[in-house]
Write a protein that binds this ligand. Structure first.
Ligand code: C2E
Ligand code: CA
Ligand code: CA
Length: 402
């Protein structure tokens, strides 16, 4: 079986996914039974029980809509997890095993559809016809082709946003953020193209690009920074890495090679990952992160507080930095709640010996507040927007502090 198709066990009563989750995977039940339920007027109504050989989660693979149902294991259950982006790869480039699996899933999908069609408001959000499914699949393939073309044409570039030491007020590092400017001059926002790249699998190539360019520019930025602050540590470079890039072991090796060949000091490299990876396949995630850590780089957990965030699993992973999502920072001075959340995240990080970057600082007062709460680093429009490399170099050399 390909590495990206893996199986997972759930104990009785464990939730496999819940209402409101974004769909990423399909599941085939290998052993055990699950219960499908939906929320109706605030109550949980069981609409189906599924057993060995049946599949669920499939609708979300197509439309990325939040799931309208919850699925819970009724007994010890083992499922094969099929990641959506794999199914959306162009068929001819997918491996033969995947091709076969795709056929099996589609055949089973039709059966499951028939079976569930009697259930109103069930697991499916509408019942797209096979025609519709094909249309969407082709759309994905076209998008992938456009992005690959754009990458070859040099339409992607990296911008850099300073990450500032709240203590000294100087630049401590930069986050590399990708920009796509089309040939006609228009910008496509990362909020739009990154999810598409994840759906098509193109994020793997874009991710390599971000790392290569980011680590090359880190060395230029470090040299510029040293001219202003010869006694301070070189600014690190924080690069976003999608969970999909880490789902295959061969790609982790590729990432390791890029870091190795970049000439950057591994200690100056930070990889930002999100929680999804750790929640969906914790064992694999732990392996992957340990492999990366062994290179000497540090690992940050991004957008902390927005996802499934169970604080309890954090210690299982080799994480160095926690990035508090901007949603908490924005509301800090307006809602006592948000302030308390920031405060408890800060003390949690302290206990786990992690450092904190607060994202989305737009006002001076937030900067002072976050410092008082024990955050070491901050990032946001108050200090600087993400800058093209020439501007970032000017900033690094200027000796600016905030
Ligand atoms: P992110 O990793 O959470 O990046 C921070 C985003 O917040 C950036 O948006 C940045 O421009 C924005 N931001 C920073 N300070 C402020 C502020 O004070 N106020 C507000 N309102 N926004 C602020 P951007 O560049 O549009 O990127 C959006 C997302 O796209 C990123 O969120 C990240 O998830 C993804 N992304 C961008 N570049 C890459 C990449 O190279 N690889 C991957 N995998 N994802 C990327
Ligand atoms: Ca980030
Ligand atoms: Ca973030």
């Amino acid at each position: 079986m390909p590495e990206t198709v893996f199986s997972r066990r759930y104990a009785a009563d464990e939730v496999i996914f819940r209402t409101g989750d974004r769909g990423r995977n399909a599941y085939i039940i290998e052993a055990g039974r699950v219960e499908v339920s939906i929320e109706r007027k605030g109550e949980n109504v069981v609409i189906a029980e599924l057993g060995v050989g049946e599949i669920f989660g499939e609708m979300s693979m197509i439309d990325d809509a939040p799931r309208s149902a919850s699925v819970t294991a009724l007994e010890d259950t083992e499922v094969v997890v099929i990641q959506r982006w794999r199914l959306m790869q162009p068929l001819e480039s997918a491996d033969p095993m995947m091709n076969l699996l795709l056929r099996v899933v589609l055949a089973r999908f039709r059966d499951a559809q028939r079976q569930l069609s009697g259930i109103k408001n069930g697991i499916s959000s509408g019942d797209p016809s096979l025609e519709e499914i094909r249309r969407l699949a082709f759309k994905r393939i076209n998008t992938e082709r456009d992005m690959r073309q754009a990458l070859e044409n040099g339409e992607f570039e990296m911008h850099y946003q300073p990450i500032v030491s709240l203590d000294g007020g100087h630049v401590a590092g930069f986050e590399a953020l990708m920009r796509w400017q089309k040939a006609d001059g228009t910008f496509v926002s990362p909020g739009e193209f990154i999810p598409l790249a994840e759906q098509t699998g193109m994020i793997v190539e874009l991710g390599r690009f971000a790392l290569e360019v980011g680590l090359r520019d880190q060395q230029l930025l470090a040299a510029a920074f040293a001219s202003a602050f010869p006694d301070l540590a070189a600014p690190f470079m924080s690069v976003n890495v999608s969970g999909l890039q880490l789902s295959e072991l061969s790609e982790i090796d590729h990432i390791a090679r890029i870091i190795d060949e970049s000439g950057a000091e591994p200690a100056d490299v930070k990889l930002e990952i999100t929680e999804t990876l750790m929640v969906e396949n914790p064992d694999h995630a732990a392996d992957a992160l340990h492999k990366l850590k062994a290179l000497g780089v540090s690992i940050a957990i991004d957008d902390f507080g927005t996802g499934y965030s169970s604080l309890s699993y954090l210690h299982q992973f080799p994480l160095d930095t926690l990035k508090i999502d901007r949603a908490f920072v924005i509301n800090m001075d307006k809602a006592e709640n948000s302030r308390r959340i920031v405060q408890s995240i800060a003390s949690l990080a302290l206990a786990l010996e992690m450092n904190i970057v607060a994202e989305g600082i737009e006002e001076a007062v937030q900067m002072a507040d976050l410092k008082e709460l024990g955050c070491q680093y901050g990032q946001g429009f108050h200090m600087s927007k993400p800058l093209p490399v020439e501007k970032a170099l000017e900033l690094a050399a200027s000796g600016t502090t905030w």
